[in-house]
Design a protein around this ligand. Structure first.
Ligand SMILES: C[S@@+](CC[C@H](N)C(=O)[O-])C[C@H]1O[C@@H](n2cnc3c(N)ncnc32)[C@H](O)[C@@H]1O
Length: 266
């Protein structure tokens, strides 16, 4: 897989992460669904990987690439890692920093992109990149940078969106475009930037990372129910808080939309 064409990358709205105000931690905001609806699945998967590999986060260093407002970073820190988050959007870094202080969590947030990580080779025991790979301009560079900053034997844990007919229908049409149900801003995601599992496997291998596992996800409710919940929100009967209370992802073999995985640095 190559670097994404500029005319495709120019379509994604990554400016949304540089919006002033609390776009991450205000319970009635779309990005807070990362905490209420996505964290249960991805944090549980990450914990199971670390357990399987007998990694005790205490005395280990972790980096989250594309840490946004710190919704995943705080979970990483709570696991016990000495935690750093790197993120290009200054407003998101501000939001993350303020929330960590209020939560009494010691997290180092820095400005930067995955394409150019400002760390020496072999700096971290674990690197996380959650819901970010489908947002970056140069995916091969980001994966090679992650590999570079990982210690030998270190672990890369990620999740991203697959490029399938079903992901186009659900993640683009239903979640973003069709007004009856849409709850995400237009162009938050661009389907052509989604990544097939075989493509990520190829990139990992080219960067000296040994791919180990992929896991799928599905909603905790049926698709008709999900649509009826989304409809309640667009009609104004429900807020994002109601959505987050009633809808979350659970582990599944279905990799058509959001999937996670991990690899080990050789
Ligand atoms: C969907 S948010 C995920 C935030 C966080 N990882 C989480 O899951 O809570 C995507 C994030 O990727 C960041 N991002 C976009 N392009 C990036 C790049 N080239 N390198 C690193 N992060 C990037 C955005 O600024 C945004 O904060």
């Amino acid at each position: 897989m190559e670097k994404i064409a500029q005319k495709v990358y120019s379509q994604i709205n990554n400016d949304v992460y540089n919006t002033q105000g609390d776009i991450w931690w205000k319970p009635d905001s779309v990005l807070h669904l990362l905490k209420t609806s996505i964290n249960p699945w991805r944090v549980s998967y990450a914990s199971s990987v670390l357990k399987k590999l007998n990694i005790d986060p205490k005395e280990k260093t972790a980096l989250e690439v594309g840490s946004g407002g710190g919704i995943m970073t705080e979970e990483i820190c709570k696991m016990g890692f000495t935690t750093t988050g790197i993120e290009p959007a200054e407003e998101s870094i501000l939001s993350a920093t303020n929330h960590a202080i209020v939560s009494g969590l010691n997290i180092k947030y820095e400005k930067g992109t995955g394409e150019q990580l400002p760390y020496p080779n072999q700096s971290f025991d674990v690197v996380f990149c959650c819901d970010v790979l489908e947002h970056v301009c140069d995916l091969p560079k980001v994966v090679s940078e992650i590999s570079r900053v990982l210690k030998p034997g270190g672990v890369f844990i990620y999740d991203t969106l697959n490029r399938t007919f079903i992901s186009k229908l659900v993640a683009i049409k239903i979640w973003q475009e069709w007004k009856r149900w849409a709850f995400m801003p237009p162009n938050l995601h661009v389907w052509k930037m989604f990544i097939k599992p075989d493509e990520i496997k190829e990139l990992l291998s080219k960067s000296g990372l040994e791919w180990k596992d992929h896991v799928g996800s599905k909603p905790n409710i049926s698709i008709p129910k999900m649509l009826s919940f989304l409809r309640r929100r667009t009609k104004g009967e429900w807020t994002f808080v109601d959505l987050g209370k009633n809808f979350r992802l659970v582990e599944s073999n279905d990799m058509n939309i959001l999937y996670g995985g991990y690899a080990i640095k050789k």
